[in-house]
Design a protein around this ligand. Sequence first.
Ligand code: TYM
Length: 340
Amino acid sequence: PRIVFSGIQPTGTPHLGNFLGALQNWVKLQRDAQPEDDMIFSIVGWHSLTLPQDPKALSIARRDMLAVLLAIGLDPQKSTIFHQDENRHHVELGWLFNCITPMGKLRRMTTWKGRLAASRNANDESEVDESMLNAGLFTYPVLQAADILLYKATHVPVGEDQKQHLELARDIGDTFNRTFGRIFPLPEYVATPTRRVLSLKDPSSKMSKSSPDVSSRILLTDTDTQIKSKIRSAVTDSIREISYDPVSRPGTSNLLTILAACTDEDVSDVAVRYADKGHGALKSDVASAVSDLLREPREEFERLSKDPGYLEQIAKEGAEKAQARSEGTIRKVRKLVGLV
Ligand code: TYM
C-alpha cells in the first residue's frame, strides 16, 4: 500500500501554479487510490512562520486553505486533511532531525540560496551574509522531512521546486535508519504532470505567492473578468506562429502548458492545434479554460468559507486522525534514540 503525503503553506489564496502543480494532482491521487492506501494532506502552519506573517491574516489564510482543499474535492472521508500545527509530533521529530542534519547540506538547498541572494540584493551587499535571516528559514527543509517521515510516507506529490527538499528528506531518513535502526521507508517523488507554472509577467521565474505584481498570478478565487485580463496581459513574444519551446519561448509555452493542464491534453497536441492561430486566440482560449476549471472550486470555496463551524469540525477530526497515525512513529523513534 502507498502512503501519500503532501503539504501546502497557508500563506494566502493558492494560485494557479499551486493548483496545477500540486492540488489538482492530490485530488487525482485521491480518486485513484486503492482502499488500502493512505492519503494525507497537510496545511503547514509552522512552515509559514519562517517569513513574517500578520497574525490576523495568517489565522484567516489558515482557515481559508482548509476551505480550498475541501472546495477542490479533497474528501475528509477518503483522506486525512489536517493542520500540521495541530499535531505536535511534527515539531518533535523536526527537532530530532535537526540534530542529525549537517549544516552543509542545508546550505546547499536552492531555496536557502535564493533567500540569501534576495537578502543580499535588498541590503545591497556583495558579501554573503546570513546574519539577517532567521534560523527557521534555514532548517525549513528539516521540518519538511519530519512532516513526511512522521507518517512513513512512501510517495510525495510536489511541484518541481520541492524536489530537492524531498531528496533531503530521503537523506535524513536514511541517516536515521542507519544510525538508530530501520524505521523509515524512503519516500519517492511523484512528479505532477504540470511541474512548473511560470509567472505571467516574468516567465523566467515561477508563478509565486510572494511576487509583488498581483497580475503575475491567477488566484483560485479570481473572477472570470480578472482571469481574462491577467491572461490577456501575460508576457509572450512577437513570433507569430505558436510553438512549444520552453527554453526560448517560455511565455508562450507557459500558456500552452496551462491550457493543456486545464483540458487534460498533451501539450504538444495543443501546440499543433494553435500553430496558426496566433497569441490572441490562444490567450482567449486559455482564459476561458482557466475560468471553467476554477469556477466550481471558487463557488464551493465561497460557500464553505461562510461555514466556520464546519471547517473547525473538519480540522478537529483531521488533527485527531493525524495524531493517531503518528503516535506510533514518535514512540518508536523516542525509544530508538534513548528518550524513554
Ligand atoms: P508551497 O506552499 O510553496 O506550494 C505548495 C505546492 O505547490 C507547488 N507549486 C508549484 N507547482 C508548479 N508551478 C508553480 N509555480 C508552483 N508553485 C508552487 C509546490 O511544489 C508544492 O507542491 N515546502 C512546501 C510545503 C511542505 C511540504 C511538506 C510539501 C511542507 N512540508 C511535506 C510536501 C511534503 C511548500 O512550501 O509548498
